[in-house]
Each structure stands twice: as structure tokens, then as C-alpha cells.
Write a protein that binds this ligand. Sequence first.
Ligand SMILES: [Fe+2]
Length: 499
Amino acid sequence: MIEAPGPMLSSMVSKRRETAFAWARAHRGVEREVDDAALRVLRGTAPPDLRGTLFRCGPGRLSANGTHYRHLFDGDGHVCRFHFAGDGSVRFRNRFVQTREFIAERDARRALFRSFGTNKPGGVRRNAFDPIFKNAANTTAFAHQGRLYALWEAGLPHRLDPVTLETLARETFGDRLLDKENAWTRIAGRELPFTAHPRVDPRTKELFAFGLSNGPVQRLHLYRADASHVMAPPEEHKLDALYFVHDFALTARFRVLFLCPARFDVVRTMLGLATPVSGMTYEPSRPTRIWLVPRDKRAVEPIVLEMPACFVFHHVNAWDDEDGNVRCHALRIDSYPELPHPYDTDTLSVAPSKKAVPFYTEFVLDPRLRTVRAKRRFDTPCELPYVEPARATSAHRFSWATATDPQSPMQVFTRLVKFDCAQSTETVREFAPGFPGEPVFVPRGDGGRGDDGWVLSMGYSARDGASILEVCDAATLESVCTLELPVTVPPGFHGCWTE
Ligand SMILES: [Fe+2]
């Protein structure tokens, strides 16, 4: 005889079902582009002293032209613009990024390109020996010195008009991102990859970035552009083995890169039997290498540190401390995470043994002794961390991130968390069965001690059955107001705030 679940278990199951349903609703895809619509306030009052613009980027749709993308990273890039006028009104605009692949597939009404996690329909016949992957332009909306970019880590940035969101150009920084020398990239399009996570020095306004070229030998390209967008010739390092690098950090002296050990099945991927994502495996038998690359000298060898294998997708911040060490705050994972399938809500839950959980970790890196000390600072599993860009390269006290319920098997980040490094305290706000997106901190005035202001998070409200922009008090995470979007938008990945 099967017993009925008790009330507590029944409530947990119901909550999981509701979250899975909300996830599916949020990811059904953007149905239309909207021009400058006033956002409806569902609850609270939009702060009249908040003035500026939030940009968000993510996969706007996860199926197109009859093809269902099989991975969250494959959806066509889409950018939202939220303009806070400073009088309590908020206006919204959204656009798909007009990449040449997006336009070609729209005109052909069928899939023409491979993606990170999805091959073209037609099997080996249509995918073998096709080294061209779609630039999805779907990861980060990034502003630098008056310019706005939609970024995807394996291709060129797309420059957008910051007011209309019109796609203006495939950015090569004066041809610096064109690879004229290498035969492999000549075959694969001659364009150098550019990370979705550039860093800007708040003092000099210089932009630092990297790109990882895959091929028979992996190459790491390091970029640097001045405040006028003039890029120096890229530095190139050939890597001794295969690694995964998604993000990096910047101090006043160093670029800090965590090279996480991975293996890519290049043969099966080139034969069209695998995708780059399905052909990648974590190799914990190899160490994670941490590169400290001096910032202000060209063509110098990096200082290489080693530690037992771990994965780092995202860094919070880094700085040089008074002892000559580099302090790097990053989210450490013990293995490569299994990401939920865009449509298969069963994949939202995984067994605890398979759950790759990111924890906020402080790494103390000694460039002279080449040692690494790692210490977990907070116990809430989290992702998509955000620190105020003005605090980059110097010690910060506060940061924010999305977080999961440690008791839940769900992979969905249903919480926001605020970290206070000075007090070693965490503040958590629950959104389940809905979920928030990356929290973007906006200071009020000079930001006071560092958490005086707001946190803006685009997410999905199951209660309202709509995509929302939640404005929180940055200190307490309490709701200031909830704004309803006129279209449903997947929460996406990364964004930025501009005055
Ligand atoms: Fe990222």
C-alpha cells in the first residue's frame, strides 16, 4: 500500500512543481520587440532618485526556425534596456541582436549554423567538418566609455546603440580582433574570440579582456584597450594542455586567470558527432593553474600557480594586498556543473552527488612563493556574483549574487544573497517558486559604506505569471518595487548599469 505524502513533503513537491512550471514559462521565448514602453508597477514605488539605465543580455529564445536549442547557452542574443528617468518612471525597450547568423537564419527560415550545445538538424551529413559556430551574442551587455556591447565568449563583440539597441557593428577594435596569421583560425573565420567578461580599471578606464581559441593547440589572447577604445596588439600564449576559462579578475598589478582542466573531444566535434559542450569533460586528475600576468608589461611570462583541480566560472573581484599577495574572491566549484536543459524541466533537479555547487571562496595567491591558499567564506551556494564596478581592483566589502536553497535539489537559483565580507554575514531573500536574475548594484550617491542603494534583478514572478524587474534595497534585499515587463523574457545572464 502506498501512503500519501505528509503535508511537509507534499508542500515541497508542490513548490518544486511550481518552480519547474515557472522556469518553463519564463523560457518560452521573447515574442515581440517593444519600443520605449512605460513599465507597470505591480507593487511598491519606483524610486524617484534612481536615474540611469540598466542593460540585460541573455538568450531571448531557445527555439527558432524549427530547431530547439539543447543548451541554455545557445539561445539567440537579446538585450533589454530599462531607463529610470529620475522621476519614478521606468521605460523598457528590447531587441534581438542582429548578428549575421541571426539574419541569415531568419531569411533562410532554417538553422544554418552549429551552436555550443546544439548541432544543425541533419546529423553528421550537415555538421561534419563545419567549424563555424553561431555567434549567439547572448551572454553579457557591457558598457565601456559610452559604448554598449553584446558579448559572447567565442566570437566578436557586437556594438549596439545604447538608446535604440540597434546593432551597429561587429567590433574588431580596428582589426585587432582579426587573426591574420594562424591557419586554423583562417579556416574557422579568422576572428579572435573575446570574453563575455571584460574588466575595466575604474582609475584608468582601460578595458582588459581575453579570448580562448580552441584548435589543435589552445591559444590564450590577452587584450587591452584604452579609454578611447584604442586596442594594443593582442598578446598570445600557447597553452600546454586544454583548459576552460570563462571569466578573469584584475588587480592594479595583474590579470588573474584560473585555467580549469578540461578535455575537448575535438575529433567527435569536428565529425559532427558531438557539440563543444557535450564533447567537454572535466579532468580532475590535472591541477587548476592560476596565471598572474603582469598588467603593465608586454610579452612577459605569466607567474603560474597550481592547486588541486576545481572549476571557477565567475570571479567576484581581486586586488593586491599590503603583503604583496593577490586576494581573489571567486565562486569555486568542485566539478563541472550540469546545467538545466532549456525545455526538459526534469533536468532542474539532480541527485546531490551530481550537484556541482559554487561557493564564495577567497584565494590568497602569493606571486613570490607561488602558493595558493583557498578558504570558503560563505556557505550559501551562489552564482552570477556582482560587485560594484567602481570597486574593481581594490578590496570590497559587499557583493550580491543569485543563490540556491541548499536543501533543495533544484538547480534553479531562486534566491538573492548579499555577502558582507567585513562581518562575514549573509542576507538572503527567497523568490521561489519564481526566480531572480543577476543582481546589479546601483549606489545612491557615493554608496555610503558600500551597500547604500538598490539592487536591480530581472527575473520571473510565478505569483504574477510575468517577467519582472525587481528593485530591492541593497542593504536589506527588501522589495522597493516590482515592475512588470510587457513581454516574457528569460532572465538571461549578465548586464550593467550606466548613469
Ligand atoms: Fe558569465
